[in-house]
Design a protein around this ligand. Structure first.
Ligand code: HGY
Ligand code: MN
Ligand code: MN
Length: 416
């Protein structure tokens, strides 16, 4: 392999068809009811992991798995003493996942490694492609669990003890699918980290911009709210005697909408899951369990929204004579990415003749954990109509390819 020369690198491009084929093949794993379902540590997730490991090995990468199930593929550099540059994302999905959320960052990184192999390009720093475990947090809370362990934000014991929404423990499920590895944690200290991801929101699509240089990511507050009232007869119980957990769940949904509406700005609030017991037409619900997702780009405003919601719950419990308890499931402050890396992304986007704008990420990503360890930033490509966490999630092939080319150029410069 001959060392990279600047003009050769500038004209280097990924193999778009190969990337699209890999994305389609990965999307077929766990595809059902018109969406992709590879919840963390399920059989479908194992199948996706096995496929990724096979592709990494076929690309000549050195594959390692860490004790929380993070997968790393290393393309060695010429200077083994130099910290590697890292890219990646996740291949676990929500229950109604799309084809690109997470997969684009992992398979885009693999495509970069294969393109460098094909061109015989050597880089001084190694290149690591990572697939972090349980980024979504849909089955096991919190989200970004794998990258949080990697970055030292969660111990292995805390991770192993995490209980899924279906009652299974993380450590047991990890053993069941055979992905409790023995690589050290963290496997290494990256020199820098760049993550390619779909925007999952509507901004790039509406503005007709191809690349987002992501400079920050909003704060996230997840909690589970448990309401205990009293089941009673739906027909015979006068309204003023009810202790109706079902009504309280609905009131919570209404209050979250009011908080978002009245706070405005980037404030978003979501009641994503709601379960009533006994969940029957003629029984006043005795219990309700709902999840609350509150996000804001400002830590101060996020705390203000959390306080307003907590005060509302106190009033609701008193007015409805129910017992309300909350459990925090995840809490991350807003993240500022590295402007130097974001500038580099924007520069390469423009050098490739692509439109580019600065972005804030509304979604959580593994990059927010890597930002605790090394200079990190993200590359966004448009999501058509901003749809994501939905089987209809779509990004135009030329935008997928454009994002991977910006990733290629960014990683090569960082690995020089
Ligand atoms: O919830 C999120 O923001 C991410 O999709 N896990
Ligand atoms: Mn994602
Ligand atoms: Mn997601």
């Amino acid at each position: 392999m001959t060392p990279a020369t600047p003009d050769r690198i500038d004209t280097l491009r990924i193999d778009g068809m190969r990337l699209l084929d890999r994305l389609a093949a990965m999307a077929r794993i766990g595809w059902k009811d018109n969406a992709c379902c590879r919840l963390a540590l399920t059989d479908e997730d194992r199948e996706g992991r096995d496929q990724l490991v096979a592709w990494m090995k076929a690309a000549g990468l050195t594959v390692s798995i860490d004790p929380v199930g993070n997968i790393f593929g290393l393309r060695p550099g010429t200077d083994p003493s130099a910290a590697p540059v890292m890219t990646g994302s996740h291949i676990d999905t929500v229950r109604t996942g799309g084809k690109y959320d997470g997969n684009l960052g992992v398979l885009g990184g693999l495509e970069v490694a294969m393109t460098l192999n094909d061109a015989g390009v050597k880089t001084r720093r190694g290149l690591v492609v990572a697939a972090f475990s349980n980024e979504e947090g849909a089955r096991f809370h919190p989200d970004i669990l794998g990258s949080m362990v990697f970055a030292g934000g969660l111990t292995l014991e805390e991770a192993y003890g995490t209980v899924a929404i279906d009652g299974k423990r993380y450590g047991e499920e990890l053993d069941r699918i055979g992905y409790r590895g023995d690589a050290p944690v963290p496997a290494f200290e990256p020199h820098a980290y760049v993550e390619l991801h779909i925007e999952q929101g509507p901004i790039l699509d509406i503005e007709g911009v191809t690349i987002g240089a992501v400079r920050n990511l909003q704060g996230i507050s997840w909690q589970e709210v448990s309401i205990v009232g009293q089941s009673n007869h739906a027909g015979t119980t006068p309204m003023h005697l009810r202790r109706d957990a079902g009504y309280c769940a609905a009131a919570i949904g209404m209050e979250l909408r009011a908080i978002a509406r009245e706070m405005g700005g980037s404030q978003v609030c979501t009641m994503g899951a709601a379960n009533l017991h006994p969940n029957l037409i003629n029984v006043i619900a005795a219990r309700a369990l709902v999840t609350v997702d509150i996000r804001n780009t400002s830590e101060e405003l996020l705390q203000k929204a959390e306080k307003r919601f907590a005060d509302f719950l106190v009033r609701l419990a008193s007015e409805e004579k129910v017992t309300i308890t909350t459990k925090s499931l995840a809490r991350f402050q807003p993240v500022k990415f590295d402007d130097g890396v974001a500038d580099l992304i924007a520069r390469h986007a423009r050098a490739l003749g692509l439109s580019c704008r600065d972005m804030t990420s509304g979604a959580g990503h593994d990059a927010q954990m890597l930002a605790r360890m090394c200079p990190s930033a993200m590359i966004f490509v448009p999501s058509v109509k901003g749809i994501s966490h939905n089987g209809a999630e779509h990004t135009e092939p030329e935008d997928l390819e454009a994002g991977a080319n910006v990733l290629l150029q960014s990683l090569v410069e960082l690995a020089a």
